[in-house]
Design a protein around this ligand. Structure first.
Ligand SMILES: C[S@@+](CC[C@H](N)C(=O)[O-])C[C@H]1O[C@@H](n2cnc3c(N)ncnc32)[C@H](O)[C@@H]1O
Length: 207
C-alpha cells in the first residue's frame, strides 16, 4: 500500500499531465502501439494510464489491475464511461488472472520498483504476452530510490532494487528485443522503453 506522500504524489493533476503530455508521447516515439490491442495495465493506480491507452493509443480493451482496493475504486469511477472496453479489478502483478500468451501488451507505469519480488512481476508479464507483444515501461531506478527525498517521504522496498541497466538486462534474459534503445531520464532516476517479446523461430518442418 502507498503511504500518504505516495498517494498525494500519484493522485494529483500534475502526475496526470506528465503522463498525458510527456510519458505517453515518449513511449509512442519509442514504438508503443496499441491499435486494436488487448492490453493489461499492472498497478493502474487511479486509471489515468488506462484512460490514455483507450482515448489516445487505440487500445481495443484494457484490463487494469491494482493491489490496492481503494485505487481500484478510483479507477473504476474514472473509467466507467468506457463500458465494455475496460475492466478494473484488484490483482497482483506477480499473479495475473490471465491465460498464457493471451494479451498484446503489458503496461507498467512505475509499479515494478514497488514490488518486492520484482523479477516475478517481469516473468508474469512474459507469461501473459503473446510472442511479438509489447512490454511498455516507465520505471523508477535504484538511483532514485536511494535519494534522501525518496527515502524520507516515500515507502518502497529497499532490498534488491534495480539500476536501468539491470532492469533492461532482466528483460533481455527473457528474450525481449528493443527495436529502439530504452532511455533514461532525470539523471538516471527513470528508465523508459518498449520491449518486444521474441517470436519463436519457425524452421522448415521435418518430413
Ligand atoms: C507508484 S503507483 C503508480 C500508479 C499509476 N501506475 C501511475 O503511474 O500513476 C504504484 C501502484 O502500483 C500498485 N501496486 C503495488 N504493488 C503492486 C502489485 N504487486 N500488483 C499490482 N499493483 C501493485 C500500488 O497500489 C499503486 O497504485
Amino acid at each position: 500500500m502507498m503511504n500518504r506522500a505516495d498517494t498525494l504524489l500519484m493522485n494529483n493533476p500534475a502526475r496526470a499531465r506528465l503522463q498525458r503530455a510527456y510519458e505517453v508521447p515518449l513511449l509512442q516515439r519509442l514504438g508503443a502501439a496499441f491499435g486494436g490491442c488487448e492490453v493489461v495495465e499492472i498497478g493502474c493506480g487511479r486509471g489515468v494510464g488506462t484512460q490514455l491507452m483507450l482515448e489516445r493509443m487505440g487500445a481495443a480493451h484494457v484490463s487494469a489491475l491494482d493491489l490496492d482496493p481503494a485505487m481500484v475504486d478510483r479507477a473504476r469511477r474514472r473509467l466507467s464511461r468506457f463500458g465494455a472496453r475496460v475492466d478494473v479489478q484488484v490483482g497482483d502483478a506477480c499473479h495475473l488472472p490471465l491465460d498464457d500468451e493471451s494479451v498484446d501488451a503489458v503496461v507498467d507505469f512505475g509499479i515494478i520498483h514497488d514490488v518486492p519480488a520484482w523479477r516475478e512481476a517481469v516473468a508474469e508479464a512474459v507469461r501473459v504476452l503473446r510472442p511479438g507483444g509489447q512490454f511498455v515501461f516507465e520505471e523508477v531506478t535504484r538511483h532514485a530510490l536511494q535519494r534522501r527525498s525518496y527515502r524520507t517521504f516515500l515507502e518502497h522496498p529497499e532490498h534488491d532494487r534495480f539500476s536501468a541497466e539491470e532492469f533492461v538486462t532482466e528483460l533481455e534474459r527473457h528474450g525481449f528485443d528493443f527495436p529502439q534503445p530504452p532511455v533514461t531520464r532525470f539523471f538516471g532516476d527513470f528508465v523508459i522503453g518498449v520491449a518486444v517479446k521474441a517470436t519463436p523461430p519457425t524452421g522448415p518442418s521435418r518430413p
